[in-house]
Design a binder for this molecule. Structure first.
Ligand code: 5GP
Length: 357
């Protein structure tokens, strides 16, 4: 057994120190970034926030809305070949996602053959540390030399570099931070997200590659911290869930208010609209996509009911507004400069929650 003693940090452990700034308005902040990817050599411009390839999040309808803001979507793995016929989002702004099984590979080949204009391939497994995963990334790189490959998930510098050398342009970083993830409970494995971003970004940038911070953002402030720590992209699941465009069923529930109508003396109920959201390794997802959880494994995701949140557009604007505001607080005229302008301070309290229920 070995013990590493330096403290690793999460979003909740830090705040960003404000700095003197010449910016007078959030409207002066540019969130667009332009990247050239290491292997594909493709140049990409957009706002580097991504929807996760999760049910209720990585859907065609979400991609359509996000494209309007120059944001990116990793589509769910479950779309069939024919589903792509009616999909008209620019190849700049979405990736097809795949696992590493032989069925996944055949499906990926079919999709790429039928729709050769697709630019991004997201190779996504829960644990990116296995040798077969690296082999798979290498195989896909060989077959699609000009496509931009996203691969993950890992949380340490060594494996970030390994995946880049095997052919990944962008490494997806995050094990266990997700809103509906139970990996840390089930396995005890994980790495605080802020520290993994700092360490993996450094490793990737040294090789001219990029990283995505995947999971753990609960507010626009967390998204800003992820960029401040050096993430090139930030992927969101929970923050994009619960909207119309996710396609989940909206359920109306009655809940008791603990109040009684003075006239009728009957309890007063209120209505609440909720949407189911679940991890892609949860029982719910396994039942839906794989006919149940295999006997040798356990679920590593939870199923939750979240408040219905209406149109995605409003949420996107709120996140981008927050991010612009962070940039003005630290004097960064562009998102590119945010990381250079960021000084994190360790804290024991994030905000005042006195009026929270
Ligand atoms: P969030 O933004 O909701 O905090 O995190 C989204 C990320 O959680 C996804 O992009 C994915 O990496 C991860 N994730 C999604 N479903 C599951 C799951 O069932 N189990 C685990 N361990 N992680 C999940």
């Amino acid at each position: 057994m070995r013990m590493e003693n330096d403290m690793k940090l999460d979003f909740k452990d830090v705040l960003i120190r404000p700095k003197r700034s010449t910016l007078s308005s959030r409207s002066q902040v540019t969130l667009d970034r332009t990247y050239t990817f290491r292997h594909s050599k493709k140049v990409w411009t957009g706002i580097p926030i991504m929807a996760a390839n999760m049910d209720g999040v990585g859907t065609f309808d979400v991609a359509k809305i996000l494209e309007g803001h120059k944001l990116f979507t990793c589509l769910v793995k479950s779309y069939e070949l024919d589903d792509f016929n009616k999909f008209d989002v620019s190849p700049e702004y979405f990736a097809v996602s795949t696992g590493i099984g032989s069925k996944d590979y055949n499906h990926l080949q079919e999709v790429m053959k039928r729709f050769p204009s697709i630019e991004f391939i997201c190779i996504d497994v829960a644990n990116g540390y296995s040798e077969v995963f690296g082999d798979f990334v290498q195989m896909v790189r060989k077959e699609f030399p000009t496509k931009t490959i996203i691969a993950g998930n890992v949380v340490t510098a060594d494996m970030t570099q390994e995946l880049i050398l095997r052919g990944a342009d962008i490494v997806k970083v995050g094990i266990g931070p997700g809103s509906v993830c139970t990996t840390r409970i089930q396995t005890g494995v994980g790495y605080p997200q802020l520290s993994s971003i700092i360490e993996c970004a450094d490793a990737a940038h040294g090789l001219g590659a990029h990283i995505i911070s995947d999971g753990g953002c609960t507010s626009p402030g967390d998204v800003a911290k992820a960029f401040g720590a050096g993430a090139d992209f930030v992927m969101l699941g929970g923050m994009f869930a619960g909207h119309d465009e996710g396609g989940g069923k909206i359920i109306t529930e009655l809940f008791t208010t603990n109040k009684v109508d003075p006239k009728t003396k009957k309890p007063i109920y209120n209505e609440k609209q909720i949407v189911e959201f679940y991890g892609m390794s949860s029982d719910t997802a396994m039942d839906k996509h794989h006919g149940g959880v295999a006997a040798y494994r356990s679920s590593e995701g939870r199923t939750v009911q979240i408040q219905y949140r209406g149109k995605l557009d409003k949420t996107v604007k709120n996140i981008l507004g927050g991010l612009r505001s962070t940039c003005t607080y630290v004097g960064a005229p562009t998102l590119k400069q945010l990381s250079k302008c960021t000084t994190f301070i360790p804290v024991t309290k994030q905000y005042n929650d006195v009026f929270e229920e």
